[in-house]
Design a binder for this molecule. Structure first.
Ligand code: UT7
Length: 323
């Protein structure tokens, strides 16, 4: 049986930092409200000329360097994003060219909103387990600043831009112990960008091209669903509350994250939290947080990690990993 393991992690955040105080000048909000209700103090915003592949490239280069792996060794690239460079080719195809990965590699994007990285990790893991790939780049890269309505205080204070990446490679022992993916399309009205290219360009998308969310209702579904996901992940691995070393949650809201840590029986210091500095970077948030805790030495080889996400669709998923 072939397994897969994380060989290296990387991330990239655009230089420009936008504070809550700046948002106070744009919409009727306050630093106090944002911090109290979400835990967010600031977020990074991409420069006008930066695209999804620019951010992804920087994160991927760091992950490959940390793994000690050259681009010529990569045979699978998966980019999780809702904000790609182009309709096509995929952002993953652009990275093949930009990183110097050999032509003939497998490369595609995955669309699962904030759960996209977990979805991409699951797919890459299956490629490796079945011998379809030996070394994979799995990336989450997002520029949500491009799809925000900067006059809607209910959404514009929540999101930021960034990218995170891992190199996954074949190994004799796991690595990735289990993955759990789910989707349910019956509540799309609660969180969406209600425009896409198949609707045509007769009318410019305008407001329909921006994130819309009934935050309070999403919050309730997220907490309930993630609680169930934690139970499912522990049960599938014969684990009990408190057995996991680190929770690396999707960084949507500190209150949702803390509720999940509590459900897992973990103290707050065993949860990796970057939401204060990055906001919600959608598919990039988990690999960004993972790389931060690996880089500062908190997460060590052999630690047991639980990664989980919930996002539009709804989609949700988790991965249990022996790092
Ligand atoms: O990543 C994908 C998944 N997304 C999520 O998981 C996000 C889930 N939702 C949330 O994180 C929270 O629901 C929010 C942070 C979006 C909102 O927090 P909340 O505690 O659920 O607030 P609320 O929507 O119930 O609104 C409470 C009040 C309302 O005013 P009234 O009606 O009580 O007068 C809102 O209009 O807060 C108001 N409000 C704001 N006030 C200041 C909403 N946004 C803001 C704001 N600044 N930015």
């Amino acid at each position: 049986m072939i397994h897969s393991r994380i060989a290296g992690t990387g991330s990239y955040l655009p230089e420009r930092v936008m504070t809550n105080q700046e948002l106070e000048k744009l919409v009727d909000t306050s630093d106090e409200w944002i911090v109290e209700r979400t835990g967010i103090a600031q977020r990074h915003i991409a420069a006008d000329d930066q695209t999804c592949s620019d951010l992804a490239q920087r994160a991927a280069e760091q992950a490959m360097a940390r793994a000690g792996i050259a681009a010529t060794d990569i045979d699978l690239v998966i980019v999780a994003t809702s904000t790609p460079d182009h309709v096509f080719p995929s952002t993953a195809c652009r990275l093949v060219e930009r990183l110097g990965i050999p032509g003939g590699a497998v490369a595609f994007d995955v669309a699962a909103a904030c759960s996209g990285f977990i979805y991409a990790l699951d797919v890459a893991n299956r490629f490796i387990q079945t011998g379809g790939a030996g070394r994979a780049l799995v990336i989450g890269s997002e520029l949500f600043s491009r799809i925000l309505d900067w006059s809607d205080r209910g959404t514009c204070v929540l999101f930021g831009d960034g990218a995170g990446a891992v190199v996954l490679e074949a190994a004799e022992s796991p690595g990735i112990l289990s993955t759990h993916l789910h989707a349910d399309g019956r509540q799309t009205d609660l969180l969406n960008v209600p425009w896409g290219v198949s609707q045509g360009y007769e009318q410019l998308p305008g407001e329909r091209g921006k994130v819309r969310m009934k935050g309070n209702e999403v919050f309730r579904v997220a907490v309930r669903t993630l609680g169930g996901l934690v139970d499912e992940t522990l049960a599938a691995n014969g684990l009990k509350r408190g057995d996991v070393d680190w929770l690396i949650p999707h960084q949507a809201n500190i209150r949702i994250m803390t509720a999940t840590a509590k459900k897992l029986g973990l103290p707050a210091e065993r949860m990796v939290s970057t939401v204060a500095d990055h906001g919600n970077t959608s598919a990039a948030s988990i690999p960004l947080a993972l790389n931060e805790a690996v880089s500062d030495g908190r997460i060590k080889r052999g630690d047991l990690l639980l990664l989980e996400a919930f996002g539009a669709g709804f989609t949700w998923g988790s991965a249990l990993i022996r790092y």
